[in-house]
Design a protein around this ligand. Structure first.
Ligand code: SF4
Length: 189
């Protein structure tokens, strides 16, 4: 069995299809202390619950809200790529530990599906963790199905988030853009 770390509902659609078509047994694992604020966290859980029910797959849930753990882990590192590196490591290390606990044959992550994440860094972290904890890493470049997965999420009317997850990414997505607009309009912010 492959333990598939799932970051959100839309991102699991293509990897789930891939595993099912290949006849590979797998199980989802939701562990994302990087998603803020709380109502957004709940919304993403609901989106994944809907997909899991529709597609009929199992998810091992960690539904505790991890804001403080995340901030401690990223040590208030606001800047990419260091912040993201710590964030990836936090989630993937826990995934490997869960894989050991569940006696999974391998682990992987839906973060390898996103065209917005640092694919090579995620791959490297997974390989390092695999070596350290002696759990096989199942690598596949799920980005090949990005468009397909997003289109299906849209057709199923699944909630698709507007930012990566953490409070910093929410600021980068909305506040920085708005700030630029205001500055362009001559409004001091
Ligand atoms: S931008 Fe995304 S990957 Fe980077 S720290 Fe925030 S939640 Fe994690």
């Amino acid at each position: 069995m492959v333990l598939l770390h799932i970051c959100c509902g839309p991102c699991v659609i293509y990897p789930a299809k891939f595993f099912n078509l290949k006849g590979i047994k797998w199980k989802g694992y939701f562990y994302n202390p990087n998603i803020h604020p709380y109502r957004e966290f709940r919304q993403r859980i609901r989106a994944l619950e809907t997909i899991a029910e529709l597609k009929g797959f199992e998810v091992v849930w960690e539904k505790g809200y991890g804001l403080r753990l995340f901030l401690k882990e990223v040590r208030f590192e606001e800047n990419k790529p260091r912040r993201c590196e710590r964030c990836y490591l936090l989630r993937l290390r826990q995934t490997v530990k869960k894989a050991l606990e569940l006696k999974a044959d391998a682990f992987t992550t839906t973060m390898l599906y996103s065209i917005y994440q640092d694919h090579e860094l995620i791959r490297q972290i997974c390989e390092d963790l695999s070596f350290k904890y002696k759990v096989e890493f199942f690598y596949h470049d799920f980005r090949e199905g990005y468009k397909q997965g997003q289109e299906e999420a849209k057709s199923l009317d699944i909630y698709r988030q507007g930012y990566c997850g953490c409070i910093f990414s929410e600021e980068e997505r909305y506040y920085k853009k708005r700030r630029k607009e205001l500055l362009r309009a001559g409004i001091r912010v």
